[in-house]
Design a protein around this ligand. Sequence first.
Ligand SMILES: Cc1ncc(C[n+]2csc(CCOP(=O)(O)OP(=O)(O)O)c2C)c(N)n1
Ligand SMILES: [Mg+2]
Length: 206
Amino acid sequence: MCIGDRTVRAELRDRIGPQAALCDAIRAALPPEAVLARDVTVPASSWGNRLLDIHHPHTNVFPRGGGIGQGLGMGIGAALATPDTPTLVMAGDGGLAVHLGELLTLAQERPRLTLVVFNDGGYGVLRNMQDRYFDRRSGVDLATPDFAALAHATGLPYARIAAEADAAPVLTAAAASDGPTLVEVDLTALGPMKTPFTPPVALPAR
Ligand SMILES: Cc1ncc(C[n+]2csc(CCOP(=O)(O)OP(=O)(O)O)c2C)c(N)n1
Ligand SMILES: [Mg+2]
């Protein structure tokens, strides 16, 4: 790693605030050969695709087309293909809702997969863009399920991360399990990023 890399990584860690602890805990909990599937969610776009070390191309699973929700199905496929290694999926609450049926596949096939759901009560990236560029919010604050109850209803083990200190024990235990776990990250309880993430996309002229 050169000095420039170190500066870029340090600046990014600073911007993502408490989520840096999650990035560290995910990498520490999983062996280098574990598949890391990321859906299209702020934690993936801001640090999962940039700061989280990926050691082999085969462990890098990402829906390149950018459609939300596909990450869980892709992760289940990867986990079933690599039963001796844990797999981790990063998903947003909004994206997970689009492909919620995959939870039943997870509950049925029971692969060695940790599903980390980042719950910010809506379409966070669009919320950030509306807050930054527009004077009102529209269609971004959404009803989300009670994830503990949802896990219970589908027969999935459940754990919650609500503080930086929860990240390592929860993710280590989930990765050590030989089946699925639904891990909810309560982003309201965890606290905001220092700099809200907005993607580098051109907005239509108003
Ligand atoms: C199928 C599909 N519909 C809509 C979008 C537009 N879109 C991109 S990110 C996003 C919000 C995703 O919300 P969530 O999964 O909760 O992640 P967050 O941004 O909150 O981290 C939406 C609606 C998309 N990429 N794909
Ligand atoms: Mg969300």
